[in-house]
Write a protein that binds this ligand. Structure first.
Ligand code: FES
Length: 79
């Protein structure tokens, strides 16, 4: 599927970019030109990027992330 029509960037190209180490929209914009023209693809590209990053994180790290980023209890309920 083409994500960015202006710059002919496919979902596959974004996946390869993430596999090669890119991890932000800034990098995708600089290296592939995603969302660099009309910008209409920005949210779609961001969703593809997020999905790729989530799928690339090893399972152990996902569990660690879940543990580290637990919401803090509010002061009212903690006291
Ligand atoms: S569709 Fe991506 S910049 Fe226009």
């Amino acid at each position: 599927m083409i994500v960015c029509v202006c710059n002919n960037v496919s979902e596959q190209k974004i996946r390869h970019a993430v596999d090669s180490g890119m991890s932000s929209m800034r990098e995708l914009r600089q290296k592939l030109g995603v969302a660099d023209s009309c910008g209409k693809c920005h949210s779609c590209a961001k969703n593809v990027l997020r999905e790729c990053l989530e799928n690339n994180v090893p399972t152990a790290h996902r569990h660690l992330h879940a543990l580290v980023f637990q919401p803090m209890p509010s002061i009212a309920t903690a006291v």
